[in-house]
Design a protein around this ligand. Structure first.
Ligand code: MN
Length: 248
């Protein structure tokens, strides 16, 4: 291999290494999506969805997916890059930004959270019927032991999602004690924001309950949207996130 060929190969490898986490959210690597997302660095970019806008119908309609991804998620990223321009957090990875952000950094709090949260949300879903409808393996065992089984866990998660007043997210996370817990946060807050939230941990499953996530199809019927979400939830991704979260 000549030096020129070596340099070309190295440059291609380096470019590939940079591109992978920005585009596939872990689907083509050994890392869990939560690791890929937390490792993202500025300038942040909008990755394409890993499926078509209409792929989640009838649970989530194509128009909602297109607006949610191409407008809402895109805006969080644009605003995050702007907010970081003069911030000491600008050279941090996305996960480090969430861990460090304070109540005074309103723009970074909202938009870094928006980028992290939506990146997970897209990775968690897939067309109906492509995976198990319940958690399996080590995650199922932990849910049984720590949350009283899947039915109880699902009911508690749905309740957290239903009762989040206004806009926010419901979460299934792993705490510092390595145990699962369910919580909800307002706006774009995230359990990784240890300076800001009550339930601090590593999220492995999150559900967006902002009206922009469901209003075109479900209007005021948030409970129906929550139920439909479980039909398109990719449990293998949640299990991968769980394995990563308990090893941190
Ligand atoms: Mn959203």
């Amino acid at each position: 291999m000549t030096r020129k060929e070596f340099l070309q190969t190295s440059a291609a490898a380096a470019a590939g290494a940079l591109l992978v986490p920005q585009t596939v959210f872990g689907q083509a690597t050994e890392n869990a999506p939560i690791q890929e997302i937390s490792a993202l660095a500025s300038p942040f970019v909008l990755a394409p969805l890993p499926y078509a806008f209409k792929a989640l119908e009838p649970a989530i309609d194509a128009q909602t997916m297109e607006i949610h991804h191409d407008k809402h998620h895109a805006a969080y990223i644009t605003n995050l890059n702007t907010a970081l321009a003069n911030s000491p957090l600008r050279d941090k990875r996305l996960g480090e930004i969430l861990a460090a952000v304070s109540a005074q950094d309103t723009a970074i709090r909202n938009h870094a959270g928006g980028h992290w949260n939506h990146s997970l949300f897209w990775a968690l879903m897939q067309p109906e019927g492509k995976t198990a409808t319940k958690p399996q393996g080590a995650l199922a065992a932990a849910i049984e032991k720590e949350l009283g089984g899947w039915d109880a866990c699902k009911a508690k998660f749905a309740e957290a999602a239903k009762t989040r007043f206004g806009s926010g997210w419901a979460w299934l996370s792993v705490g510092a004690d390595k145990k699962l817990f369910i919580s909800s946060t307002p706006n774009q807050d995230n359990p990784l924001m240890k300076n800001l939230v009550e339930g601090v941990g590593t999220p492995i499953l999150g559900l967006d309950v902002w009206e922009h996530a469901y209003y075109l199809k479900y209007q005021n019927r948030r409970a129906d949207y929550i139920e439909a979400f479980f039909n398109v939830l990719n449990w293998s991704v949640v299990e991968k996130n769980y394995a990563a979260a308990i090893s941190f």
